[in-house]
Design a protein around this ligand. Structure first.
Ligand SMILES: *Cc1c(COP(=O)(O)O)cnc(C)c1O
Length: 225
């Protein structure tokens, strides 16, 4: 058992003044570690792999809010649609349509975050701003055909660097984009409010720059070897 309860308390204390949510990222970690953090009070857990999440979910308490934070292929949505609360890395209208369809089969509503590419690195998933606006236009034009999803906000990952100025700049930029999209597309929808940014190494910066949801793994569960 390697969960770090003092780090858990520290993170919660840091989040409290911002009223931000903690997604405990449990990928690759055993069910026993997730149960231990659940017993300490945590209810939101994030996973990256469909098969792993589908295996773990029935073995853990039913009131866990599961967030899928990895890259999701359309043909795998059906395996998590019966129970997943939020999908963080939506990057196409096709994926949004499939989530809506699969959620509908279970009479559910799944919260979706749109992944925006903010890092300077080449390898990250996500949409650039133009692709994001195209997706939002397509959604807006057919809004009533998406009753089983809620676009709850944006998600991003900063460049993997020690350069705080750069990380802060990337978070700041995403927050500004969030504000302008909220005004343009969601003036009548309170549910567009989440900004999912910040991980173990940069969550304090992310909170200062407007994060409402941090995704923290290694700090709570130990390094993933
Ligand atoms: C693994 C992962 C995290 C957690 O990273 P840590 O550095 O361990 O906190 C957060 N977000 C995404 C998308 C991840 O894949």
């Amino acid at each position: 058992m390697a969960i770090n309860l003092s780090a858990f308390e520290q993170v919660k204390a840091a989040l409290a003044p911002f009223q931000a949510k903690l997604v405990a990222v449990s990928k690759i970690k055993p069910v026993a570690d997730i149960q231990a953090l659940y017993d300490a009070g945590q209810r939101i857990f994030g996973e990256n792999y469909v098969q792993e999440l589908a295996d773990k979910q029935p073995r853990l308490p039913a009131d866990i809010a599961w967030h899928f934070i990895g890259h999701l292929q359309s043909n795998k949505v059906k395996y998590i649609a019966p129970f997943v609360d939020t999908i963080h890395a939506v990057d196409s209208i096709k994926l949004l349509q499939e989530i809506n369809k699969q959620a509908g089969k279970h009479q559910r509503v799944i919260h979706c975050l749109l992944q925006v590419y903010i890092a300077a690195e080449e390898t990250k998933f996500g949409m650039d701003e133009q692709e994001l606006l195209q997706l939002l236009d397509a959604w807006k034009a057919a809004e009533n055909t998406f009753p089983h999803i809620r676009i709850a906000g944006l998600m991003g990952m900063a460049t993997n660097t020690d350069n705080e100025t750069q990380i802060r700049k990337e978070f700041h930029h995403l927050k500004a984009l969030h504000t302008s999209i909220k005004e343009t597309y969601f003036r009548e929808h309170d549910y567009f409010k989440e900004l999912s940014v910040g991980m173990s190494g940069d969550y304090l910066l992310a909170l200062q720059e407007g994060s409402t949801m941090v995704r923290i793994g290694s700090l709570l569960f130990g390094a993933r070897l």
